[in-house]
Design a protein. Structure first.
Length: 238
């Protein structure tokens, strides 16, 4: 069954309207017909099974026949803060895969050794939307604006668990070991550094604000690989 996205403002009781690019995909690309069933998410944890009831020139009216929540979502809310990558294509790839791996929020991060100073925010949002539909999630990951490392760290008190992988950490401090000590956690933040790694000042600031240093193994990983490796553990670790 095909998946579509609907803005919450276009849901009225048991009726929803598929509009704009989603309508074009439904009507002109997939050529759906009246009476067909589709799955629709509002990107806010609700997943609807709906029947197409009618077509207008720019919208499809659908009747909601079933509503489910948190479909294909991890039990823990995962936020990953990723230092902007020098190659924009690799950042695009990371956002796509982070969505597939269950990240609820992605924060593009500006660290001391981050080389790019700007991100294409609307592009990253579009990538997350497409990836959400492709993998059948009910939540559209939020993509934050570019955030300073210090700002993020100093305002991270709301997270149950805060992790910072870096190569100076003992390999015994593995991510799975840390997770077992927090069985009731409901939110986790993991911060991934730039290609050049975190500075000592950044590591000290993170430690002072309750971040737990973790190891991702003996091999040196690219930043996007480190982020996805950690997400794989976090998505299935609780």
């Amino acid at each position: 069954m095909d998946y579509f996205y609907v803005d919450s403002k276009n849901i009225h009781g048991t009726t929803l309207l598929i509009m704009d690019d989603e309508f074009k995909h439904l009507a002109r690309v997939l050529r759906k017909n009246v009476g067909e069933h589709i799955r629709v998410t509002d990107g806010n944890d609700r997943m609807f099974t709906a029947i197409i009831r009618s077509f207008d020139h720019d919208a499809a009216e659908c009747e909601i026949v079933e509503t489910r929540t948190r479909v294909n979502e991890p039990t823990v809310d995962i936020t990953v803060a990723m230092s902007l990558l020098k190659n924009p294509g690799r950042m695009d790839f990371f956002v796509e895969k982070a969505t597939e791996f269950g990240a609820r929020t992605v924060i593009p991060l500006l660290c001391e050794r981050t080389i790019p100073q700007r991100e294409k925010h609307s592009r990253l949002e579009s990538i997350a939307l497409a990836a959400m539909k492709q993998c059948g999630r009910s939540y559209r990951p939020r993509i934050f604006v570019l955030t300073q490392f210090e700002t993020l760290v100093r305002n991270s008190a709301a997270y149950d668990v805060k992790l910072i992988p870096h190569e100076q950490t003992e390999q015994s401090q593995f991510i799975g070991t840390v997770l077992r000590h927090h069985p009731s956690a409901r939110s986790v933040l993991i911060v991934i550094g730039p290609e050049g790694g975190f500075t000592n000042d950044e590591l000290a600031l993170a430690s002072a604000n309750g971040f737990v240093p973790i190891s991702l193994g003996a091999r040196r990983l690219r930043s996007e690989s480190a982020g996805l490796y950690a997400l794989a553990w976090l998505g299935g670790g609780w």
